[in-house]
Design a protein around this ligand. Sequence first.
Ligand SMILES: Nc1ncnc2c1ncn2[C@@H]1O[C@H](COP(=O)(O)OP(=O)(O)O)[C@@H](O)[C@H]1O
Ligand SMILES: N[C@@H](CCC(=O)OP(=O)(O)O)C(=O)O
Length: 376
Amino acid sequence: MSMNEAAVRRAIAGAQTIVVKVGSSSLTTPSGHLDADRLTALVAALAAAAHQGARVVLVSSGAIAAGFGPLGFDARPADVVTQQTAAAVGQGLLMAQYETAFARHGLRVGQILITAADTIRATQYRNVQRTLDRLLDLGVVPIVNENDSLASNEIRFGDNDRLSALVANIVRADALVLLTDVDALYTAPPSEPGSQRIGYVPDVIEALAAVQVGGSTSGVGTGGMVTKLEAARVAAVSGIPAVMTCASNAGPALMGDPVGTAFAPVNGRDTSKRLWIGFAADPRGTFVVDDGAARAVRGGRASLLAAGTLAVRGDFSAGDPVWIDDEHGTHLARGLAGYDAEEVPQMLGRTTADLGETLGEEYAHPLVHRDGLVLV
Ligand SMILES: Nc1ncnc2c1ncn2[C@@H]1O[C@H](COP(=O)(O)OP(=O)(O)O)[C@@H](O)[C@H]1O
Ligand SMILES: N[C@@H](CCC(=O)OP(=O)(O)O)C(=O)O
């Protein structure tokens, strides 16, 4: 039974822990500079929620969009290295402004930069979770972004919409607020004549099929509505109510007013990184496994070892999601690769002991650890 709209709005207003994601277009100008007024207004809304007792985590984009202007570019750079460079400059500028703006409300901020790989490996996941929890316990507002300058290829999370849904899981949030440059979800991109505003989505999975979504039009944003709906879906299946609206509606959205689009949770709460692996990340390659390994993986408790793996396809890095297929091409599971694709061919068919002796201790590990594996 799904919650009705009023119940979703009430849950957001009453949320103890809340993750708020704000997009580049809401914080920066098209010329690649921070928009101090809009940032300050957003911070005022978040500070009000914090002062009412909410534990607020801010997932903020804008590093690239705030960095390319000061570097002398007149548009968002298209190549990855320049984007990573712009992020290195913009992230500092962004944090400087947040620090000043939150300090005016008596609040301290803490920066957390993460990559997909960090949150997916058990130790890093636990460290991120513990640091976030402790920051919140100490009354600090954590400000999270992807570690753009270090991500080895453009997409790790790639977009902060999905990252925010993951962070909501990590901190066991009671609500997710997605702030962007459009006031709500529409039946089609708002530039299309006849598109209609949607105030409430009882089942985001059905909505995904019915709504026509487009990419970003701002010139500084990345994912457009596609990734926002995906984030809403991950939240919904995690049992977390969500609302999406424009950044200037942050205050009313946090107070449960009927602004933007509210998304009902479709499941009971299941906070786990397995959910993330299963739903949110697109596989970037495939391990093809033999019958024995297929049986072991299907059993649900085994890691995938190189010994039972016949082939590797795709171009991925350690930490990326991959398919595990049987010899007939049937998907058995999704999992997180323990190695870069190019390291795998020399490992295929060999036992862990043999790998350790011949290639070194760093190769004596599963291709996919069972903690990072979800059956499909
Ligand atoms: N069905 C839709 N409803 C609302 N907005 C849509 C839809 N399809 C595409 N969009 C576009 O998605 C944009 C928001 O995505 P994006 O630019 O990536 O924002 P952000 O920088 O906040 O992440 C909106 O400005 C809008 O033009
Ligand atoms: N991590 C990147 C933002 C990536 C992103 O998702 O941007 P957006 O679509 O504006 O939320 C940055 O800080 O520039």
